[in-house]
Design a protein around this ligand. Structure first.
Ligand code: ADP
Ligand code: MG
Length: 316
């Protein structure tokens, strides 16, 4: 049986050029002349993923969801720590898990600089740190009356994938593959977040559902919003389900999309479009920030929709 220290040395000790000192001492040492953005996200078996899920994709996703928080702040990710609770030291699992994590770390030039490893239920806790200019950070409190609301990518595909796994819907083979990829292998919008610094003042990543996450912006910015349902971006797969209650719920309230929702004043919209072209990311204008409070989603006839389900909340 591999020991704790062999495990750390074999799977989680890599070169860390962004740090003065990486894995192996009581603390890592990092230095930066800039403001540091810090965020933590935890993945718990049974809550965020299923027993037996592919460990490579799980390792990759554990970092991706944290990279998504960096993106939503407009921060450049640089360092991460990884706290792991494992039922057993299964080497083939660890090999795949660390492979996925490290591959994504390399993709985004993030150094794994420390962590903790204990025995227990399967829990993966990543802390990520990155650099940002404090004045340019994309804060939830940054939306202003008159701003346009934009969304990257498509909404709801991950939620459709989850509904398929739960047997609430039966997707054909290619739709299932597409939606399960969205669920298991989300793409963090890091370059988009960086590109929005100086253009937008406000962003959030859509992890709990579009309505729930946009509502966080509205509360923090003390404003309201009107969103047109028909302008919300969806994939070809979702197009087939858009009119159905399950599809509508996935678009408005599905979690795990990891797209960015951000606001910009209307005079900046050409710059937003240019960024979308530059990075090859679909960017859609979906609504407006107004005075007051609350979120209204309207249909094509301008009637307010009842929002059927709120976003995911752990303690409800
Ligand atoms: P301590 O006793 O100070 O908590 P540990 O023995 O737990 O230190 O860890 C030894 C070193 O390995 C530390 O530098 C720690 O940051 C690092 N480490 C432990 N677990 C992990 C992990 N899962 N991923 C990356 N680094 C880890
Ligand atoms: Mg420790």
């Amino acid at each position: 049986m591999i020991s704790e220290f062999e495990l750390i040395a074999r799977y989680f000790t890599k070169a860390s050029p962004n740090a003065l000192l990486g894995v192996g001492d009581d603390c890592a040492l990092i230095a930066s002349g800039r403001t540091i953005a810090v965020s933590t996200d935890m993945l718990v078996e049974g809550t965020h993923f299923f027993h037996g899920d592919d460990p490579f994709l799980l390792g990759k996703k554990a970092l991706s969801v944290n990279l998504s928080d960096m993106a939503a702040m407009g921060a450049n990710p640089r360092w991460a720590t990884l706290a792991l609770s494992l039922p057993e030291a299964d080497e083939s699992w660890l090999e795949a898990f660390s492979g996925g994590f490290m591959m994504q770390a390399e993709n985004y030039a993030v150094d794994l600089i420390g962590g903790d490893t204990t025995r227990g239920p399967l829990v993966i806790c990543v802390q990520i740190m990155g650099e940002v200019d404090a004045e340019l950070a994309l804060r939830r409190s940054g939306a202003a009356v008159g701003d346009e609301i934009w969304v990257s990518g498509n909404l709801g595909d991950a939620a459709l994938g989850l509904a398929h796994l739960r047997g609430e819907i039966v997707l054909d083979e290619s739709d299932a593959a597409f939606c399960l990829k969205a669920l298991r292998d989300p793409v963090p919008r890091v370059e988009l977040g960086l590109g929005l610094c100086g253009i937008s003042k406000c962003a959030i990543d859509i992890s709990d559902g579009f309505c729930a996450d946009l509502s966080h912006i509205l509360e923090c910015s003390k404003v309201s919003a009107v969103v047109e349902f028909s302008s919300l971006p969806v994939s070809k797969t979702m197009e087939k389900y858009r009119a159905a209650p399950l599809g509508e719920r996935a678009i408005l309230s599905g979690g795990d999309d990891y797209e960015l929702c951000f606001t910009v004043p209307p005079e900046k919209s050409a710059q937003v479009e240019a960024i979308g072209k530059r990075f090859g990311i679909r960017l859609s204008r979906v609504g407006r920030i107004k005075e007051g409070e609350g979120l209204v989603v309207v249909d094509e006839a301008d009637n307010a929709k009842r929002i059927r389900a709120a976003g995911y909340e752990h303690f409800r």
